[in-house]
Write a protein that binds this ligand. Structure first.
Ligand code: C5P
Length: 251
């Protein structure tokens, strides 16, 4: 079977500040989504990239044009033209729904799926390859992860009475050495990921991460080493860092 990468890119990215949808913000003059598509297509294992665009018809058309150009190798930054096939489909109201729509669009011969956030444009190809290889080696779900620099505090669920910015009581401090921050692409046996999405959708539950849904099915999820350049571009400072990483690479 083939390996496909699904890239949810339908988010508005409000935390980044006002402007275009996050996936279309540029790094080094190139939309983040295009960087992400190239990062997936460069991986030897990946032969199909499914991009999940904002649902509006014009957005789907715009994203299709941008990504087709990226895979056609129009000679822009990034070098070689990767030869993966491209599909663009409309997304949903949540990341989870957007991923589900990408999965629904996969051809029958795909048996391994990588799910990669458009918001992680600079993931190195070696990380993508390592995730795909671990799934091929038999793991149903594989996640790139890094140890944490910050200690993490758990807080109580917010009550309606709490004001924004009010001091938050701490309920626990998990042992930092036993925590990992997870990245994407997360890799899956296709049938496992499809079953996980169906079950969570039926239960009306939400999830911020695909592997979390597989855990709730009771199936094993394993971690492989992530990479600091696979960080998520979420806040304005992340854009500064991403530009610097890109400049260092291209320098
Ligand atoms: O908002 P967040 O940073 O968690 O988004 C992670 C990824 O999910 C982004 O690539 C974003 O475009 C995507 N997303 C989506 N559909 C949504 C919300 C987010 O495809 N409705």
């Amino acid at each position: 079977g083939r390996t496909a990468a699904v890239i949810p890119a339908a988010g508005r990215g409000v935390r980044l500040g006002p402007g275009a949808p996050k996936a279309l913000r540029t790094l080094g003059g190139v939309p983040m989504l295009v960087h992400a598509v190239r990062a997936m297509a460069r991986a030897r294992a990946v032969s199909l990239v499914v991009v999940v665009a904002p649902p509006e018809e014009e957005a789907v058309a715009e994203v299709r044009a941008l990504c087709a150009q990226a895979l056609g190798g129009a000679g822009t930054a990034g070098g070689t033209a990767p030869g993966a096939e491209l599909l663009v489909v409309p997304g949903g109201g949540t990341r989870q729904e957007s991923v589900a729509r990408g999965l629904a669009a996969l051809p029958a011969d795909v048996d391994v799926v990588l799910v990669h956030d458009a918001a992680r444009p600079l993931v190195p190809v070696a990380t993508v390859d390592a995730v795909a290889a671990a799934v091929r080696a038999g793991a149903p779900a594989v996640v790139p992860a890094l140890p944490l620099a910050d200690t993490v505090k758990q807080i109580a669920p917010r009550t309606g009475a709490q004001e924004d910015g009010a001091p938050e009581p701490v309920v626990a401090t998990p042992e930092r050495a036993l925590l990992r921050a997870v990245q994407t692409p997360q890799g899956f046996d296709r049938a496992v990921l499809a079953a996980a999405h169906e079950k969570i959708a039926l239960a009306g539950e939400g999830a911020t991460d695909d592997a979390g849904m597989v855990e709730r099915l009771g199936l094993p999820v394993v971690l492989v080493p992530g990479h600091e350049e696979a960080f998520k571009v979420t806040r304005p400072l992340d854009l500064v860092l991403a530009e610097a990483v890109l400049a260092r690479r291209e320098g």
